[in-house]
Design a protein around this ligand. Sequence first.
Ligand SMILES: NC(=O)c1ccc[n+]([C@@H]2O[C@H](COP(=O)([O-])OP(=O)(O)OC[C@H]3O[C@@H](n4cnc5c(N)ncnc54)[C@H](OP(=O)(O)O)[C@@H]3O)[C@@H](O)[C@H]2O)c1
Length: 348
Amino acid sequence: MRPLHEQSVVITGASSGIGRRTAIEFAKRGAQVTLAARNDSALKEVASEIRRDGGKAHVVVTDVAEWPQVERLAEAAAAHYGRIDTWVNNAGVSVYAHFEDLLVEEIDRIIRVDLLGQIYGAKAALPYMRKQGEGTIINVASELGVRGAPLQSIYCAAKHGVKGFTEALRLELDHENSGVRTTLILPGATNTPFFAHSRSKLGAKASPPGIVYEPEAVAEAIVFAAEHPRRDIFVGVSAKSYDWLQRLSPAMADQMSLMAGASIEKQKSHEPDNGRDTLFEPWTGHGAERGDYPGRTSSWYTKVFEHHPALKVAALGAVAGTFAAGLLGLARRNGNGHETGNGWRLRG
Ligand SMILES: NC(=O)c1ccc[n+]([C@@H]2O[C@H](COP(=O)([O-])OP(=O)(O)OC[C@H]3O[C@@H](n4cnc5c(N)ncnc54)[C@H](OP(=O)(O)O)[C@@H]3O)[C@@H](O)[C@H]2O)c1
């Protein structure tokens, strides 16, 4: 993998939130960035901010749900910078609603942007990366890519799809020793304009449940993955807890979600919905990085354990060892054995 200051990086969804912060962080480290989304004026704002600080940015207005536009984005980035080292599939939309309240065109659109948009991105980037013999495709999924949640059924379907697609693609590319890496980023709730941008049929603006992180925390993981090959990175210990709970007992995860209506009620804010969304048309005017739910700017869990998976294995080993020692101690105390000169021997 080339160092960031030698990389050409494409970021979709760069007009707002996580993509906007990620583009700025890449540029700060010397990467040449291509910014893609639909809101032309917001993209130009990000590009000017980057250039003002001495960075290099190129804007390509793109709707990721349209294959010809994504193909053109790759052509434009490669023509402008001569190569594509990292491609970040980040653009996303959602509709907060009970499944039966969704219109078919809303269902189609979420899948087209959140799932097909990422598949198109990989398809467009790969020919350039193959020719170079190296590259990294970073797909931004969500904690809802490992565990479903109510009111976002199609978004969850799309993010589970992104996870499955990324796994399958990784195996094909690794089998061939292609030199092209794939990383799945799984953020928890993040303080971006996502909740204002999402269409809501709840009679209220959507809001993030649980612990919230600032866009910097996700950008940090994406930028890290562009230089350090990682299979997947959960952003925030709460996102990883979703995964652990789901692996341990999906039924228990269901019960915890349903307890006191937790996962339904916590996704509704006390504010009325703004009546605007980005499902079919971009937000107009200025883009923004942050939303209305301030959170933590960094996750120590992600920086220690997700960036260094060997530490995660060691920590899990230590937890398992402590648990086993605890069980042994319990068995001893329950007296179904007797002590010998060499220690404890269990009987019976
Ligand atoms: N915020 C969270 O809590 C959270 C948690 C987990 C995962 N994520 C994921 O993080 C990613 C970024 O979301 P965010 O939180 O930063 O939300 P955001 O602020 O609403 O940003 C979404 C971005 O996607 C772009 N976009 C939407 N539809 C597009 C289309 N058809 N073609 C091209 N670009 C499009 C938007 O730009 P235009 O409108 O200008 O096109 C915008 O730049 C998404 O994939 C989201 O699912 C977010």
